[in-house]
Design a protein around this ligand. Sequence first.
Ligand SMILES: [Zn+2]
Ligand SMILES: [Zn+2]
Length: 181
Amino acid sequence: MNVTYFCKTCDQVTRVPFTEQSTAVHCTRCSAEQKFPATFLNEDAEGNTVLERCTICGSPELYYRKQFNQRLGLAIIALGSTLSTIAYYYHNLFWTFLILFVFAGVDLLFYIFMRNLLQCYKCNSEFRGFEDSPEYQPFNLEVHEKYHQQRVRLERAQKEQAWLEQQAARQNQNNSDEADS
Ligand SMILES: [Zn+2]
Ligand SMILES: [Zn+2]
């Protein structure tokens, strides 16, 4: 399996392979090490290897979704509707609907055979190529909202902190100006 994550050392997105035995991944760009305990990978009741926690931030909350390529999906639909519009223009209703039907079917097949992808709610890291397990949960809006609120609060706190430091620096500047004069 592999993990796609945002490396904080070089500020870039990187994709690194790892196995059940791995206890660290190395950024492909800056080779910064990202360690994680062996307990993050476990086995479920059926003997499948399961990812218990995000190996990047350690959060236990992950969700799985289809790794559907939206651009490809939209391109298929766009091509289908263009071709059916041409058929419609030539008053060929049979072809108009046949084309629409076939292209919708192709999109559906793509969706059905698309492999799953695990994503971390907290740091958005993506895991691919893992074994499926009934332990994995689909996307949950409440959990997503919880992490979103956390991020918003953290950003606000950081901004407040920066503002307070700015004020303190200005105060110091004023004091030293007064002392000088
Ligand atoms: Zn890096
Ligand atoms: Zn994470």
